[in-house]
Design a protein around this ligand. Structure first.
Ligand code: GDP
Length: 440
């Protein structure tokens, strides 16, 4: 996410390194580079100019701050300003109403249907709501089917009327159906076109007026940069929507839409989409995003995700097994599964401070665990609980069964042994011993 921008801002802010104080000259030099980085990221021209002017004023007004290095001060100013630009505070979603009605708007291909499913799944699992998905695309039967596929995947009912060509009527009937059947959130997915046209705008404006939703969300593909901002403006002029959903941020290396959309339409970004899977949805936090853009990672989100997946009972069980020296490959497998539930590897690495920069040329493979899982699946129950029985012929059999090599099996066994040793040391209060072993 935003790798190009992160790299350029990092370079720009380095200009001040080694300078003892902030002067008008070095501030101007740095901000020129910052502005260039923003424009390269496809940030709106006016937004970039206002941004650098504000940072400049603040920087020159603060040269009394002698405790901080100028470089650090500048990073802080840029970070705070970036967070402000993206909305400052985290904007929540309005879940009032019985039922809450949420209307999705946006162009075709922006990710509306996918996001409707993600939001339903999010509300169901995190907010214990009972959502109903509504297919209001009367032009493309495939779009209705797509929503049904998504609904099946997440276990959420989908309301559709394939023969009805009146989206206002479908939406109203769906809300009545929700009331009768105990659904407390109705998510209405609407038709999009490839480009803005009057017919589409009138249609969605009519649906909007008829159902008077608590939340109207505008969904947009982050990778389209300035186009995303212009489309947002056109939709906002007609719908006066409540918030923006930026999708496909996983593929966005520039970040222009994320940075400029709030300042142009004055509506907050509420959610982001970071992948095609149903759990690739995040609440948008401006301050955390600013940290990520400046390569500082996002430890808070990382810890939150770990906590969400953390199963206390499972952890206690594992702890007991380690104490009794019974930690086996089945436990290892369940640990891998927990990590995988936290999200894609690329995404997780991006949240570790500095890791994005250090690993920028490394191709992080989300299938990295596949080989390990295949090897473990090819082991017998005895081999999994007592890895010491795995001799040469067993290794050959496991490698063949898992489609890997004996070398890969050996590597996993070695890693597993090291990990078991380390766990035992930590268990026995041997943290100090472990530190010594690691050369600290
Ligand atoms: P709609 O026409 O607006 O309903 O768009 P879709 O929901 O059909 O999405 C269009 C394409 O974008 C599909 O192939 C989705 O899988 C993909 N997509 C949607 N959201 C994301 C996302 O956050 N990340 C990635 N990488 N792909 C996404």
């Amino acid at each position: 996410m935003f790798n190009n921008l992160t790299e350029k801002l990092d370079k720009a802010l380095h200009v001040l390194k080694g300078h003892g104080s902030i002067t008008e000259v070095n501030v101007a030099e740095t901000l020129k580079e910052v502005r260039r980085a923003l424009l390269d990221a496809d940030v709106n021209f006016k937004t970039a100019k206002e941004f650098t002017n504000t940072v400049k004023e603040k920087a020159l007004g603060q040269n009394v701050l002698t405790t901080l290095q100028p470089g650090q001060l500048m990073v802080k100013l840029v970070k705070d300003e970036l967070a402000d630009l993206m909305g400052g505070e985290t904007a929540g979603i309005n879940l009032s109403g019985a039922p809450t009605v949420i209307l999705m708007s946006g162009l075709q291909g922006s990710g509306k249907t996918t996001f409707s499913g993600k939001l339903a799944n999010y509300l169901k699992t995190k907010k214990t709501k009972k959502p109903l998905l509504v297919a209001c695309d009367i032009y493309r039967p495939a779009a209705i089917n797509q929503l049904h596929v998504v609904g099946d995947q997440i276990g959420v009912e989908v309301y559709s009327e394939p023969d009805n060509k009146n989206p206002v009527d479908i939406a109203q009937k769906a809300i009545a159906y929700a009331k009768q059947n105990g659904f407390n959130v109705v998510i209405v997915d609407t038709a999009g076109r490839l480009a803005i046209d009057e017919a589409m705008m009138t249609e969605i404006a009519n649906v909007h007026k008829a159902i008077n939703p608590q939340e109207t969300l505008f969904v947009v593909d982050a990778m389209t940069g300035q186009d995303a901002v212009n489309t947002a403006k056109a939709f906002n002029d007609r719908l006066n929507f409540d918030g923006v959903v930026l999708t496909k941020l996983d593929g966005d290396t520039r970040g222009g839409a994320a940075i400029s959309i709030k300042s142009v339409v004055d509506k907050p970004i509420k959610f982001i989409g970071t992948g095609e899977k149903m759990d690739a949805i995040d609440v948008f936090h401006p301050a955390r995003m600013a940290d990520r853009i400046l390569g500082m990672g996002d430890v808070v989100s990382l810890v939150e995700r770990a906590q969400e997946q953390f199963d206390e009972e499972e952890a206690r069980k594992i702890q007991k097994k380690i104490a009794k020296n019974q930690f086996g490959f089945d436990d290892f497998l369940s640990q891998i599964q927990q990590v995988k539930k936290m999200g894609s590897m690329k995404d997780l690495v991006g949240m570790i401070p500095g890791a994005g920069k250090a690993l920028k040329d490394v191709d992080i493979d989300d299938d990295a665990f596949k080989g390990i899982e295949a090897i473990i699946h090819s082991m017998t129950p005895t081999e999994r609980t007592q890895p010491s029985v795995i001799n040469g012929s067993r290794k050959k059999r496991i490698a063949k069964g898992s489609g890997t090599s004996v070398q890969q099996v050996n590597q996993l066994l070695k890693q597993f042994n090291q990990m078991s040793k380390m766990m035992k040391m930590m268990q026995g209060g041997g943290g100090k011993k472990m530190m010594q072993m690691m050369g600290n």
